[in-house]
Design a binder for this molecule. Structure first.
Ligand SMILES: C[S@@+](CC[C@H](N)C(=O)[O-])C[C@H]1O[C@@H](n2cnc3c(N)ncnc32)[C@H](O)[C@@H]1O
Length: 158
């Protein structure tokens, strides 16, 4: 598969997965966490589909499209370990979290996701949903929407 095809599959899986997850948490109160602001695409989508939720977003750098700059109070700028610990100490418990860290080197991305998983677990509400581009550990994997191949995007319940 070309990298172009792979990227198209990833983007549509993100959109379908986030849309599906937004419906799944309709009865679960709580904020939303987007791990990896990047260009701001998934953050912008979450804002659109969950307009009544507070959306916190994390990245080590602010380099998104100007239309997607988050409010200062919602942007966690820094390394994931430190930011997740800060959220846990604040008592944050998310109903939905999207994991989109990574740099496209599979072995490194998988290792980072495994390393961060225990810290992510500390900030999830019981029954909260995780939507992830990388395998996470220590959560119950659940089937996502049928339009997404099982290995393309992953879904977990905390
Ligand atoms: C694939 S991009 C995110 C794309 C974004 N969700 C979008 O839709 O535009 C991954 C982002 O995660 C950030 N990142 C990766 N590992 C990180 C870490 N350990 N701590 C903080 N930020 C990290 C990178 O700086 C990068 O901007």
């Amino acid at each position: 598969m070309s990298r172009l095809d792979s990227m198209l599959r990833r983007l549509s899986a993100q959109r379908d997965g986030l849309n599906w997850a937004a419906g799944q948490i309709a009865d679960l109160p709580g904020d939303v966490l987007d791990m990896g602001l990047g260009n701001g695409r998934t953050y912008d989508h979450l804002r659109e589909i969950l307009p009544d939720r507070r959306i916190r977003v994390m990245d080590r750098v602010l380099q998104c499209h100007p239309s997607c700059v988050p409010p200062e109070a919602d942007f966690l700028m820094g390394e994931a370990e430190e930011m997740l610990d800060r959220l846990a100490d604040e008592g944050a418990r998310f109903a939905l979290a999207h994991y989109d860290f990574g740099q496209g080197i599979k072995a490194d991305d998988v290792a980072e996701a495994a390393r961060l998983s225990p810290r992510i677990a500390r900030v999830m509400a019981p029954g909260g949903l995780l939507v992830s581009g990388q395998p996470l550990t220590g959560f119950e994997q659940v089937p996502g929407p049928e339009t997404i191949a099982r290995d393309r995007y992953l879904f977990y319940r905390a």
